[in-house]
Design a binder for this molecule. Structure first.
Ligand SMILES: C[S@@+](CC[C@H](N)C(=O)[O-])C[C@H]1O[C@@H](n2cnc3c(N)ncnc32)[C@H](O)[C@@H]1O
Length: 236
């Protein structure tokens, strides 16, 4: 499958420049992964599906407002942040990770490809969610394959502006995870608005949970570094 065919399959408007950038970014990720540990996938075609196509499945114009701000938490090699930024050059993207070398790769690759709407921030989620500049400042927060729902909800929702959306990209176990995340979602004023289930070309199943933030998060969240992982707030 080419990037053009991929965009068509996802119902996205045909755009040759975007398709070229998606293809080149994917190739850069795979080339770099042979030197440093960026993604477990080492094959270009497999990565185009499992990284790039998968990243774009979270896109839905109703959640991504014109000229809005998106934060991708635990972006790793830039997924889903970079493919979304290529698709939506009018929006500003902040890609967050606790590992600097991954962000250095993203910054260099975006500069090479002329992707101007991506900035990177080296910070732990728990610290970024408490900073005045980044707290409750984003229309959309995405997180793919970062942590289980009770943890990633605590890390993500403080970044989301009231009225905005946290989009959690999950595998087929999302329903089980949601059962343990009811309490933290209520405390942080996140309400499940939509559950999108899909199958990637090749057969892998995915679930995307769109969680709307309806009021500001209590100032006690996120808790200090490491606490959400050690003592997640659990409960239906
Ligand atoms: C499994 S990788 C997923 C990367 C990417 N989202 C993807 O789907 O390919 C999880 C990423 O989350 C980052 N991460 C883990 N804990 C974090 C924290 N507390 N704050 C920020 N990033 C964190 C890791 O460094 C890693 O790059």
């Amino acid at each position: 499958m080419t990037a053009c065919e991929m965009m068509e399959a996802l119902g996205l408007p045909a755009n040759e420049e975007a398709a070229r950038k998606l293809t080149e970014y994917n190739a850069m990720v795979i080339a770099m992964s042979k030197k440093v540990n960026l993604t477990g996938i080492k094959d270009v075609d497999e990565s185009l599906i499992k990284n790039v196509y998968d990243s774009l499945t979270v896109y839905d114009p109703k959640y991504f407002p014109a000229k809005g701000r998106v934060l991708d938490l635990g972006t790793g090699a830039g997924f889903p942040g970079v493919p979304l930024a290529i698709l939506r050059p009018d929006m500003q993207f902040l890609l967050v990770d606790s590992i600097q070398k991954k962000l250095t790769f993203i910054e260099d690759a975006c500069a090479d490809l002329g992707i101007k709407n991506v900035k990177c921030l080296h910070i732990r989620a728990e610290e970024g969610g408490r900073r005045r500049k980044t707290r409750e400042a984003f229309d959309v927060v995405t997180a793919r394959a970062v942590k289980a729902m009770p943890i990633i909800a605590e890390w993500s929702l403080p970044f989301v502006a009231v009225g905005g959306v946290f989009a959690a990209m999950k595998g087929p176990g999302a329903d089980e995870e949601m059962k343990t995340a009811g309490r933290i979602l209520r405390e942080l004023h996140g309400t499940l608005e939509e559950k999108k289930e899909l199958t990637l070309p090749g057969g892998d199943r995915r679930t995307i949970l769109y969680i709307r933030k309806t009021a500001p998060c209590p100032k006690t969240y996120p808790r200090k570094v490491g606490i959400a992982e050690k003592k997640p707030v659990l409960g239906e």
